[in-house]
Design a protein around this ligand. Structure first.
Ligand code: 13P
Ligand code: SF4
Length: 321
């Protein structure tokens, strides 16, 4: 292994066995070179695997951080190592730049749970009630709403209207978890994250019995009973910060599996206990298809001009808060 490869491997040595590293090394070197020649940056969500997150990404974070950072990118090309709605958001905020997603099939069960027609029906049913869309929605749904939110700022967005009730879509559980923290009445939709809906309070009870000292963190896309039984709930960035402040000990992250791996790579003193669940959409992104995206300029993300301005307005309102 040459010196630069050794330095890269050092970042992930506690989570990637030496025997697996050669599989990644060639793609990593190719991607680092392609980023220079193509004037490209890679934005990676916290759920990306450690070889992507620690070895090729320029900017990492939760959905809110990725949207914020997308407004500051100077490079001409952005590769979004995440799911389609994140790439669409990056494109909305960078209409003049090339935004690539390595696999167009990287969707999201929440984004798929609601259509623009559904939002129009909600508006008819609740006239005058502000409508908030989680960023986990398609651009054409964003175009129908007043503002976006993420799990990192949902309460702030809900309270920003000074209204007694709001509609928050499409995540029923996020809406209920935020409702538990505010006096604003929240009308929810029935969408669920296929990764987080699978956690149960029984998982937490079993964990606490097996490891009485375990600290339990749950993403707010988990059902409210799960969040209530956890020690902390927050966006992926908030969970990461919370764990960062912990001394050695046992942690369980009720969220996507790569979160634990990415933190464990930097905190070998912490013992991450499972369960976790894989997001099949996030896992569609690999070093191999990131490399191909840069080599072939694929897949170029476009947003329908008929909805782009309205959708951008909803995202920009959120970022301005
Ligand atoms: P955050 O990173 O914003 O917490 O979102 C989690 C998620 O499920 C993204 O799809
Ligand atoms: Fe969507 Fe859930 Fe996957 Fe996030 S973890 S991309 S919310 S399916």
């Amino acid at each position: 292994m040459n010196e630069s490869a050794a330095a890269l491997y050092d970042r992930v040595r506690t989570v990637i066995p030496p025997a697996e590293w050669p599989v990644f090394e060639t793609d990593i070197e190719a991607i680092l070179a392609l980023k220079r020649t193509r004037n490209a940056v890679i934005l990676a969500h916290n759920y990306q695997t450690p070889e992507i997150f620690h070895c090729v990404a320029d900017i990492v974070g939760d959905s809110l951080a990725l949207a914020r950072e997308a407004t500051r990118v100077e490079a001409q090309t952005i590769v979004l190592a995440g799911v389609r709605f994140m790439a669409e958001t990056a494109k909305l905020l960078n209409p003049q730049k090339t935004v690539l997603i390595p696999d167009l099939a990287a969707g999201c069960s929440l984004a798929d749970s609601i259509t623009p027609a559904d939002v129009r029906l909600l508006r008819q049913r609740y006239p005058g009630v502000p409508v908030i869309a989680y960023v986990n929605t398609s651009a054409d749904v964003k175009a129908e709403v007043d503002i976006c939110c993420t799990s990192g700022n949902a309460r702030k967005v809900v309270e920003s209207f000074g209204a007694s009730r709001v509609i928050m879509l499409p995540d029923e559980y996020l809406a209920k978890n935020v409702a538990a923290e505010t006096n604003v009445e929240i009308i929810a939709w029935k969408g669920h994250c296929e990764v987080h809906e699978r956690f149960t309070p029984a998982d937490i009870a079993e964990l606490r019995e097996a490891y009485p000292d375990v600290v339990v963190l749950a993403h707010p896309e988990c059902p409210p009973e799960v969040v209530a039984a956890a020690d902390f709930s927050g966006s992926t960035a908030a969970m990461s910060d919370y764990v960062g402040a912990q001394r050695a000990g046992r942690i369980v992250l009720l969220t996507e599996c790569s979160m634990s791996d990415n933190i464990a790579a930097q905190r070998p003193d912490l013992d991450f206990v499972r369960p976790c669940n894989l997001c099949p959409h996030m896992k569609r992104i690999t070093l191999r298809n990131i490399r191909r995206a840069l080599e072939r300029n694929e897949h170029v993300v476009e947003v329908d001009p008929a909805v782009a301005d309205q959708a951008r307005r909803a995202v920009e309102r959120m970022l301005a808060l």
